[in-house]
Write a protein that binds this ligand. Structure first.
Ligand code: ADP
Length: 637
């Protein structure tokens, strides 16, 4: 029996108004309208614990390679609207943008936290048609022609073709492709079908099970481009699946790990600053979202509150418990990732190993889309630094402590519905903007429309002179290839494959060169088999060596977001060791090709040895004479 969910889309966020309008983000709480202070910390101590010492960020500017970049801090938004005299502390942040005439443009969103953070740093909001902005913030995909237009000093919060990992069916198809190539290392998505494409396969599987009298499989069915639990239903029969809409039908994971008897999933935030090489940062503060009703294996009444963990759905349940103080991370149906991990540790579970598995899943997921996204980024942007992106990974953990990837969100919600959201997200957003490295370039005075500098315009201009080759002809292919080489040869594009840039950025942000995690785990599979390797000492020596320091440092995920002073003073709070960086794309591609070649060789060798064996068997059997070939009764005749 299909059970559908009826989540309403969240109400559109209202315009926040001008930068100077009183806005309260006390400890990150964004409120509408007049500055009320209900969630203001009760004591000076509490307040203090959320503040960043002002010795950090004195100028709100960072420098390296002789260039200046804006520095962001959640302290800036906690000063806006707070009961402080507008003096140097406040100006330190707002002057960053004001004096340099920095601006941002927003499309498809009016997110208040983003707006407030940027206004608090003196950025002005530009019209959606403007081309002179320092930062382009969109909540959805940005058309490539917009991306091609960017100048080297402009930033956008999306990579082209990101939908390859953020649309459910593309994501699952890409991962299953990797699985075919690299085996169990990529076994972290449930069995799935994309309908109507795979409908016949699904029916075939169902009929096979029926014949064998196997209990029918329970599927969870979701629209491929859906979100917030909208349009999801459960079924065990292919007949219930509508064929007029593209759906992702995946096997229901019926043994989730439970927290206080409730199903939960994790939201892990990942910032990517480059796909070539892949450089990503996993945010140390994540969310644990619990279903608002206790878990029951059956899909019965109130199924959406038992089996789905979306906040947007569960908040409408009368049993939903809101977490309404910013100091408590471990109550209610929305908690921090750290609170969950601490709880697991108390129950004797190796939470660091769990986080290593999750990091492994994250990097493999990004690798599954890397080929396409890196190529598009290279061909679209004039500078390798133009784009950055925040992804929200939704992960379910089963009772064997195996992480399962449910989906990757292109624009994880930055709405602050609870004080906990505000604390976590304002810190995260400031980190993200720091990683984006926005140069202090006056948008009004710097050759902003110089089309010569822009790859896109160069492209378009040349295109008009392009000889009229027919599409797909050898001349057309040669021409396209030549253009691509020209593009890659340009000084700016060359930089994208040179290491070092991100290391400098990292050092400038954190003041040290952190140990680099080699995220080369494409053939690593033991981490995805926790039922066989439940503890670190059961992993092979190679794997233990591989996860070495990495696992030890995963302890940072368990830190408290509010009470641990060490975390508060270290802005940004991106987990230091979890800056994952792959080899250069060329090296990665070579490794992939080598692996493919080895596999092919192994298959050929296996084939040759079977043939040899068959020949040996044939040679060993004496040739049958025509007389003995005859059946006995024939010979006797
Ligand atoms: P949406 O994008 O609409 O939020 P998700 O893929 O995140 O869709 O799924 C919504 C919720 O459904 C998840 O938070 C999770 O609790 C549950 N869920 C999704 N897929 C599965 C699955 N294969 N097995 C068990 N639960 C699932």
């Amino acid at each position: 029996m299909p059970v559908s969910t009826s989540a309403q889309p969240d109400a559109p966020e209202t315009d926040w108004g001008s930068a100077l309008e009183p806005v309260l983000v006390a400890a990150g709480i964004v409120l509408d309208g007049a500055p009320v202070l209900p969630s203001r910390p009760a004591t000076a101590n509490e307040w203090q614990s959320l503040m960043v010492p002002s010795s950090i960020n004195k100028l709100a500017v960072k420098r390296y390679e002789g260039k200046k970049y804006a520095t962001f801090s959640p302290e800036a938004i906690s000063l806006v609207g707070a009961d402080v005299s507008f003096g140097s502390e406040h100006d330190k942040f707002t002057n960053t943008g004001r004096l340099n005439e920095l601006g941002f443009m927003m499309k498809k969103t009016e997110n208040r936290l983003v707006k407030t953070m940027l206004h608090a740093h003196g950025f002005m909001q530009c019209s959606p048609k403007s081309r002179s902005f320092n930062l382009f913030w969109s909540s959805g995909h940005v058309p490539p022609e917009k991306l091609r237009d960017l100048q080297p000093w402009q930033r956008v919060n999306h990579f082209p073709r990101s939908f390859l990992i953020t649309y459910k069916h593309y994501l699952y198809d890409n991962i299953s492709l990797m699985r075919r190539q690299f085996g169990e290392a990529y076994d972290f998505i449930p069995e799935y079908y994309v309908t109507p494409r795979d409908y016949d396969l699904l029916v075939e599987e169902h009929e096979k099970n029926e014949k064998l009298s196997v209990e029918p499989t329970m599927y969870i069915v979701k629209p491929v481009d859906g979100c917030q639990g909208r349009g999801i239903f459960f079924t065990d029969s292919p007949n219930d699946i509508p064929l007029e809409q593209k759906m992702l039908v995946s096997k229901y994971i019926d043994n989730p790990l439970l927290l206080d008897g409730h199903k939960f999933d994790l939201r892990v935030y990942v910032a990517v600053t480059s796909f070539n090489p892949l450089i990503c940062y996993v945010y140390s503060g994540g969310m644990t979202r619990l279903a608002s009703e206790k878990y029951l294996p059956d899909v019965g009444e109130k199924a959406e509150f038992v089996h789905l963990t979306n906040y947007s759905l569960n908040k409408d349940n009368q049993n939903y418990i809101k977490n309404d103080t910013f100091m408590s991370e471990d109550v209610g149906h929305k908690r921090t990732l750290g609170a969950l991990l601490r709880r697991l540790e108390d129950d004797g579970i190796d939470s660091e190993l769990l986080m290593v598995r999750i990091e492994d899943l994250i990097i493999k997921t990004l690798l599954s889309g890397q080929d396409h996204i890196a190529t598009w980024a290279k061909n679209t942007f004039i500078s390798p630094d133009n784009a950055f992106q925040l992804y929200g990974f939704d992960i379910l953990v089963d009772e064997n402590l195996k992480p399962w990837l449910l989906e990757v969100n292109i624009s994880p919600s930055l709405k602050c519905d609870a004080p906990l959201d505000s604390v976590l997200k304002s810190k995260m957003l400031s980190d993200l903007l720091n990683l984006a490295c926005i140069p202090l370039v006056n948008r009004n005075s710097r050759g902003r429309h110089s089309s010569r500098e822009s790859v896109g315009h160069r492209h378009v201009k040349k295109k008009s002179k392009q000889p009229n080759y027919s599409h797909g002809s050898p001349e057309c292919i040669t021409y396209a290839f030549k253009k691509k080489l020209e593009l890659e040869d340009s000084e700016l594009m060359k930089r994208s494959s040179i290491g070092g840039y991100d290391k400098m950025l990292y050092a400038s942000l954190y003041g040290s060169l952190a140990a680099e995690t080699k995220a080369d785990s494409m053939v690593q599979w033991e981490l995805m088999r926790p039922h066989l390797f439940p503890a670190r000492n059961l992993l092979s020596q190679g794997t233990r060596l591989y996860i070495g320091i990495w696992a030890g440092l995963a302890v940072q995920y368990s830190n408290k977001i509010n009470e641990d002073l060490a975390i508060n003073v270290h802005i940004p709070s991106v987990r230091a060791s979890c800056r994952l960086r792959t080899d250069s794309y060329a090296a990665y591609a070579k490794k992939k090709a080598d692996l493919k070649r080895e596999k092919k060789k192994a298959v050929e060798a296996a084939k040759a040895s079977t043939e040899e064996k068959e020949n040996e068997v044939k040679a060993a059997v004496p040739p049958k004479s025509s007389a003995t070939d005859e059946p006995l009764h024939e010979r006797c005749r």
